[in-house]
Design a protein around this ligand. Structure first.
Ligand SMILES: *Cc1c(COP(=O)(O)O)cnc(C)c1O
Length: 358
């Protein structure tokens, strides 16, 4: 990959902004690193691959993605190798490159060769390596995204697109256990919709219900199926896992259900839990089963899983106006998170080839 014969033009920033950043006090998503990778899709092919100083795009008011939402993204993280601080470890980036194309296909965008994504990512991180924090619990968040750029108000798939990767140093995410509310009124998606794809519009649809839940004191929603509001799907931008009597239950993703985003963290967690000798079940789980399991003491714990949080334990689950407390002495999610982050940071040996080295 390192000597990939892709022609990436590099224009370096005249001056780095890194000295303006307090790495012990990072507000997530506000400060971007010095450079970005950009590629344009024109005349049926990806071209003008370049690394340039982080800067604004110039867009026509008629840019089609602003009107019709042809816009997708990914999210992943890079860490400094604890055992070799000169080395940067990116967690499963090939999976993100694949999923980007799953999303692209759903909203009629061109696919982008994984080699372009990986080569762009590699070169960008080589150049902005100093931006990967070394403070505990921190990482460099990587945001690849693609959007339609036709200057055209007609309703049809755009013929031109921009793909870019920007990065931002990130500190620890949620620190305390989350209070989540089972959502039975709103839906983020529905069968046949775009829930399995990381398309921008899904997140717009989730903002109002999340805001209403926040006003009631909840940190996140637990989405239920759009048809009956009977089955748990996922939570915010996390998949969810329930520990019922030592069996770990999580809702199925594509190809079984197209309403749930197929989390890469979840794929990883499933393997880790199975390697620890526990059973994982990918199956529908009803709200009733969750509440019943809490009531009869079988629910040992529940947690959200996603790149931003890694593993985020739940403290309470609210259903129909009643708060159900989960056991406060649940330690498995903390252990699992330590193991997961240990692999990400090179503290624990990666026997699976999950970490991509730069
Ligand atoms: C991104 C995302 C996740 C988590 O996926 P990861 O690959 O683990 O980061 C879960 N649900 C939704 C809706 C998401 O957008």
């Amino acid at each position: 990959m390192k000597d990939l014969a892709l022609d990436i033009r590099v224009e370096k920033a005249q001056q780095s902004r890194i000295n303006e950043v307090d790495f012990n006090n990072i507000t997530f998503g506000k400060t971007m690193s010095d450079h970005m990778f950009v590629a344009d899709y024109r005349d049926g092919k990806w071209q003008d691959l370049r690394i340039v100083p982080y800067n604004s795009f110039s867009l026509s008011p008629a840019t089609s993605s602003l009107h019709y939402g042809q816009s997708i993204f990914e999210g992943l993280k890079a860490f400094r190798n604890v055992q070799n601080p000169e080395e940067v470890l990116v967690f499963r980036p090939q999976e993100n490159a694949k999923r980007l194309n799953v999303s692209a296909e759903r909203i009629c965008m061109p696919s982008i060769p994984e080699e372009i994504v990986m080569a762009g990512l590699h070169k960008l991180l080589e150049i902005d390596k100093d931006w990967v924090p070394s403070t505990p619990d921190s990482s460099l968040y990587i945001r690849p995204f693609m959007f339609a750029t036709d200057e055209f108000l007609g309703m049809r798939p755009s013929e031109t697109y921009t793909f870019a990767i920007i990065t931002a140093p990130a500190g620890a995410y949620y620190s305390k256990a989350l209070n989540v509310k089972v959502e039975k009124e709103f839906s983020r998606t529905a069968p046949g919709g775009t829930g399995f794809a990381k398309v921008a519009g899904n997140y717009a649809a989730s903002l109002l219900p999340a805001k209403l839940a926040a006003q009631q004191g909840y940190d996140q929603l637990l989405w239920t199926d759009a048809k009956e509001h009977k089955y748990i799907e996922e939570s915010g931008t996390m998949n969810v896992m329930f520990d019922i009597d030592g069996t770990f239950v999580t809702a199925p993703t594509i190809p079984v259900e197209d309403t749930i985003l197929r989390s890469i963290t979840r794929l990883t967690v499933i393997e880790l839990i199975e390697d620890m000798g526990h059973k994982v079940e990918e199956r529908h789980i009803s709200v009733d089963e969750v509440i019943e399991s809490i009531k009869n003491g079988k629910m040992r714990g529940a947690f959200g899983i996603g790149t931003a949080v890694t593993i985020a334990p739940f403290a309470k689950i609210a259903n129909d106006g009643i708060d159900y407390e989960l056991p406060a002495d649940y330690t498995f999610s903390t252990e699992l998170k330590a193991k997961f982050q240990g692999i990400q940071k090179g503290e624990i040996e990666d026997t699976k080839g999950w970490t991509y080295k730069i």
